[in-house]
Structure formats: structure tokens, C-alpha cells
Design a protein around this ligand. Structure first.
Ligand code: ZN
Length: 139
């Protein structure tokens, strides 16, 4: 992926921090999901007073895309931190990694974690979800 494209993903994810709904944790997360059709799908975390209905930024982005018929993805960028301060990388939780396993090739799909436009690191899904259970296990 080109540097300019990575920067666009980071900027888009950072822009989502303002929309996160986090009255309980104050921990804002933003995501930008790049589909293979070139479209970007955005997400933020959305908390709930009953806690368990809370949804992560990554899954918000995935479910927006899938609900529009898009299931082929290239990469996702995730940023976040307390009150939106991006002091360290914000890796996807296990539930979100499992959702990625459903729709993404673990050998190809890239997860970009960033604290800014010049500080980021890229992982393949297989690195963050080794021996993950996916659709192929049911084939
Ligand atoms: Zn998650």
C-alpha cells in the first residue's frame, strides 16, 4: 500500500474519534476500512449503559460495509486513546479480529495501527489472529 493511501486511512480514522460515543470509558476509537472496490467505510466505538451492547469502531465499519453488500476488504486503520489522545497503538479486540476472519483473507488483510501520520505499524491479520477459526474451518 502506498504511503499516501496509508495517510488517508489514518486521517479518516482520526476524524472518526469525534463521533465515538463513550460516556462510560472515555476511550475513543476510530476506524477506517478500505474495501477492494476503493471505498472507505468509517467506524467509531459506541458504548451503552447496559455495557454488553457496546460496539467497537472496527465492527461498526465492517457492519456498515457488509450491510451495503460489500464483503471484500484490503485494510483497516484503527486509532484511539483516552479522550482521543493517541498515546499508543489501539489494537483490535478479539471479537473484532474474529469478525475480520469472517470477511478477510488472513494472509492478505492489513491492520494499520497508528498514533499519527508518521507513526504507524502494519500487521497482517494472520499475525494478530494466528490459527484463527474462519469460514474455511466449516468448508
Ligand atoms: Zn473490538
Amino acid at each position: 500500500m502506498k504511503h499516501e493511501q496509508i495517510v488517508e486511512l489514518i486521517e479518516t480514522a482520526v476524524d472518526q474519534l469525534q463521533y465515538s460515543y463513550v460516556p462510560y470509558s472515555g476511550f475513543r476509537v476510530g476506524a477506517a476500512l478500505l474495501a477492494r472496490n476503493g471505498r472507505l467505510y468509517t467506524g467509531c466505538n459506541i458504548e451503552n449503559a447496559a455495557y454488553t451492547p457496546t460496539n467497537c469502531a472496527e465492527r461498526t465499519a465492517f457492519f456498515k460495509a457488509v450491510s451495503e453488500g460489500v464483503r471484500d476488504f484490503q485494510a483497516i486503520c484503527v486509532v484511539g486513546g483516552p479522550d482521543g489522545r493517541m498515546e499508543s497503538y489501539t489494537p483490535p479486540c478479539g471479537v473484532c479480529r474474529q469478525v475480520m476472519m469472517e470477511f478477510c483473507d488472513p494472509e492478505e488483510f492489513e491492520i494499520i495501527l497508528a498514533t499519527g501520520k508518521e507513526d504507524y505499524k502494519i500487521w497482517k491479520l494472520k499475525e494478530l489472529m494466528p490459527l484463527g477459526f474462519g469460514p474455511d474451518n466449516l468448508a
